[in-house]
Design a protein around this ligand. Structure first.
Ligand code: TXA
Ligand code: MG
Length: 330
């Protein structure tokens, strides 16, 4: 279902950046590249604009959004930073890290964007285009991934277009993204929690904190009906084709998503084959993950068989997204 908007696509040049800032100021929806995935931005302080994000994506309103700002200094106006949050911000921002913090006293982010929580998620993206838009606009920008809710996150402007054409105002095309999986979300609570594995590996965050990140308690969602990281729930990042994990052979008619230099039996009868990283590099694999899932999803195979991916470094985020893609759906 389209909302009947005219979606303009502009390159990430001076005129494009200018149009993006203007559109945000008018309460519009602008998709733009970050280093992780393309985001769908709106003025975080404008409740009507924020509501339009939920409508355009078909996203449940209980799933809160990340507020993006250009610097740690700007982030301090939104969230309350203790020593550990400050250390993380200084070490890993700008970059693919999101911190969930208590709201600052006069937090300007619209209530709808935080879904009624006492906390707010904040990120300082590193991508030059994202930085330029945030600096030109001068206010926080909420930006979920620029896909329809439940779909695979977009890593090119074309992915955004295929999901959201006619539903948003503007797409800034800055080419393919570098990281390819969403930011790591860390809850800065008494015990720091890894709410979502992502573009910064757990090991790097633990090195800054000098302590291990805990997993969010699994039963928290059902207890309070307010999930700690609602986007973490069940069927997310889903291609239409069934996904089969840890494949050690390829069944006839399946599409194969490979990893590493080794072949597995049965590939001669595969509907299609893509390899996330023939040399077994997890950073390269993350870059290709969502695009390859979209490509294989279009092959109308009986299933997408995925070879085992190691768990270290970005492997944790890749395995997390694949596990969600493989959740059985109606
Ligand atoms: O890389 C990224 O993070 C991308 C780019 C565009 O910045 N954005 C992104 O946003 O992935 P989204 O909306 O798809 O995911 C945001 C995640 C969700 O899992 C959401 O539940 C969680 O952050 N989140 C947001 N606010 C939260 C809060 N106050 N407490 C706990 N989790 C929160
Ligand atoms: Mg998303």
């Amino acid at each position: 279902m389209k909302t009947g908007l005219t979606t303009t696509i502009l390159p990430a040049d001076a005129a494009g950046l200018d149009a993006a800032a203007r559109c945000l100021g008018e309460g519009g929806l602008v998709a733009f590249p970050t280093e992780t995935v393309y985001g769908l931005g709106a003025d975080a302080t404008n409740a009507t604009a924020v509501a339009r994000i939920y409508q355009a994506k078909g996203r449940p309103a209980f799933n809160p959004l990340i507020a993006h700002v250009a610097s740690l200094e700007a982030a301090r106006a939104i969230g309350r930073f203790d020593a550990r949050a400050t250390a993380l911000g200084k070490a890993l921002w700008p970059g693919p890290l999101t911190l969930v913090l208590p709201k600052a006293p006069d937090c300007p982010v619209a209530e709808l964007a935080t879904a009624g929580l006492e906390t707010v998620a904040i990120r300082v993206p590193a991508h030059a285009t994202a930085q330029a838009i945030l600096r030109a606009f001068g206010k926080p920008v909420v930006a979920p991934s620029a896909n329809l809710s439940g779909h695979v996150s977009p890593t090119t402007a074309q992915h955004v277009q295929s999901d959201l054409h006619g539903r948003i105002d503007l797409i800034i095309d800055g080419g393919p993204v570098e990281v390819g999986v969403e930011s790591t979300v860390v809850g800065c609570f008494a015990t720091p929690l890894l709410l979502r594995p992502g573009g910064v590996a757990r090991e790097k965050i633990e090195a800054v904190l000098g302590q291990a990140l805990a997993q969010p308690p699994a039963d928290r969602a059902s207890e309070t009906n307010k999930p700690l990281a609602p986007g973490m729930l069940s069927s997310h990042y889903a291609p239409r084709t069934k996904v089969r994990l840890n494949a050690v052979r390829c069944e006839p008619g399946e599409a194969l998503l490979g990893f590493g230099p080794h072949a597995i039996p049965g590939t001669e009868a595969a509907a299609a084959i893509l390899n996330l990283s023939p040399r077994g590099d997890l950073t390269e694999a993350a870059t290709h993950l969502f695009g390859y899932l979209r490509e294989l999803d279009a092959k109308r195979a009986t299933a997408i068989a995925v070879m085992p991916i190691p768990w270290e470094g970005l492997g944790e985020a890749i395995n997390d997204r694949l596990r969600r893609a493989a959740v059985d759906r109606e």
